[in-house]
Ligand binder design. Sequence first.
Ligand SMILES: [Fe+2]
Ligand SMILES: [Fe+2]
Length: 281
Amino acid sequence: MKARFPKFDFSNLRAHWAPNWEFAQRANAASLIPAHIEPYLLKVMMQAKQDIDPAKVRLHEDLDIFIKQEMQHCRQHIAFNKRMHALGYELLKPIEQDFAATFARFLATKSLRFNLAYSEGFESLSATACELYFEDYNELLEDADPEPTNMWRWHLAEEFEHRTVCSDVYHELSGLNPVFAYFYRLYGYFYAVLHLGRFQLMVSRKLLEQDRATMSPDELTASLARDKYARKIMGRRFFSNLLKICSPFYDPLKRREPVGYRAYLQEFEARYDRGPVAAAA
Ligand SMILES: [Fe+2]
Ligand SMILES: [Fe+2]
């Protein structure tokens, strides 16, 4: 596990960066999530770090890498989302402001235990998304533009890489016995699934509505068909993963590694990683 420091060039990014435009727009809607949830995650984990026994050296080291990775993720998604604004999707701006306000409210009003359970809920979803981007989306990503494809694959590969950190921190600090800790973890997971799932659907709908407002009847029919196809692929693992995550024996460490994710990260480092000094410049 290590931090990587890429810089993607979104100056020529197209909103419809994959041949299935509707898949691209659903991914674009999802890009709002890390831009706002990950800064919150960093604050939750920095707060948690103060409460973790200094003798737990490994967990402190993992948390340091986790924080560095998430900083780079949200940085790249913020740049991506700015390009979406410039491409004419200004409608995203007020949505993003509201979304950011929700996380400020969580930090101000919710307990550390809630914030940790919610964070772990999000992290278990991210590790699942890694499987999708490496195994299920290959046909959707065929002939897609490289920058957004690599942004998502790099991000989600690192999500898989650090999948145990929030879980370990939650179990370290929940203050609950194992039975209550299990049920409270489920509460955080379902809260995240509903909150983030609804958000992504709402943003996707708005982006697609804007695109479809200028389509001819034939184009609209084709758009609806492409979207149906993309949604089928995007949703097909949701319930099997939900069942795994809800098991009392769920352990993120034991999750099956997505095919090709390790090799991808190695190759990615050689091509994209500029190192921390260049990234800070
Ligand atoms: Fe991330
Ligand atoms: Fe993460």
